[in-house]
Design a protein around this ligand. Structure first.
Ligand SMILES: Nc1ncnc2c1ncn2[C@@H]1O[C@H](COP(=O)(O)OP(=O)(O)OP(=O)(O)O)[C@@H](O)[C@H]1O
Ligand SMILES: [Mg+2]
Length: 250
């Protein structure tokens, strides 16, 4: 589904690389946790997969989605793939809604712009999407400030699913939520993965949380991939000292 090979990324004006020689792959229909401390390069990798790095960023390696190297595609070709093939629940998604627009109009706009769906068909789809993320269809008429943090996070997931992507990148979707709400969001991602055969990359700095739901874990530190594998193996037999420290801190 997704194959990242020897990815190097340096932001404009930076002499050191934010991502250094990272390789991993995601199986179709799998839930993979990208784990690492703040600044380890998680969001940078996510931005690269979406083709959303700032202009002037130096990128090398390969990012293959369904056999096609995204790094060789034009901006236009990348734009066509965003939302429909690869969609993002951005870090801080709860604060990314425009305050003066209802949740429904946020989703309708994505449907209109990216999936050429409008009118009654779009309204029906909005209700269906909200139901998929276990929100009442009436939420569509509410403004962002009328939702709880957990509801906003679910709405952000509904928005990302609008055009039925095959790959969902969820950047810290549970940060700033209480433990019960976090667990609800994780169960939702797990259900979506199973029901829609969705491939999910779950970015988090929370190793125990990722270990509780993911099929595979990728551990990053300072822009490098330290270790990857099944959660059981990583937790019970970590090969790298850094992973061992993370596990011990659990
Ligand atoms: N636009 C940018 N320009 C320059 N440097 C950047 C930019 N965005 C991120 N960086 C740097 O790249 C490195 C990796 O940042 P990144 O946002 O990928 O980390 P992260 O693992 O997502 O951290 P967090 O858990 O805090 O979200 C950091 O050193 C950061 O300062
Ligand atoms: Mg980040």
């Amino acid at each position: 589904m997704l194959d990242v090979r020897d990815l190097h990324i340096a932001y404009p004006g930076q002499s050191s690389e934010a991502v250094r020689g990272v390789s991993f792959s995601l199986e179709k229909g799998s839930l993979t946790g990208l784990v690492g401390e703040s600044g380890s390069g998680k969001t940078t990798i996510v931005s690269a997969i979406l083709g959303l790095l700032p202009a002037g960023t130096r990128v090398s390696g390969r990012i293959e989605v369904c056999g096609e190297d995204l790094l060789t595609l034009s901006e236009e070709a990348l734009r066509r793939r965003r939302w429909k093939e690869v969609a993002l629940v951005p870090q801080g998604a709860q604060n990314s809604f425009t305050p003066v627009k209802t949740i429904g109009s946020h989703i309708e706009e994505v449907l209109r712009v990216h999936c050429t769906l409008a009118g009654t068909a779009a309204k029906t789809r909005v209700s269906a999407l909200l139901e998929q993320v276990e929100l009442d269809a009436s939420i569509a008429r509410r403004y962002p400030h009328e939702l709880s943090g957990g509801q906003k996070q679910r709405a952000a997931i509904a928005l990302a699913l609008a055009c039925d992507p095959a790959l969902l990148l969820a950047d810290e979707p549970t940060t700033a939520l209480d433990v019960i709400t976090q667990a609800g969001i994780l169960r939702l991602l797990l259900r979506l993965k199973e029901e829609r055969d969705l491939t999910v990359l779950l970015v988090t700095h929370d190793l125990p949380l990722a270990a509780s739901v993911c099929d595979e874990l990728i551990v990053m530190k300072d822009g490098e991939l330290i270790e990857c594998g099944a959660p059981k193996k990583l937790i019970h037999a970590p090969e790298h000292a850094y992973t061992r420290r993370l596990v011990e801190a659990m």
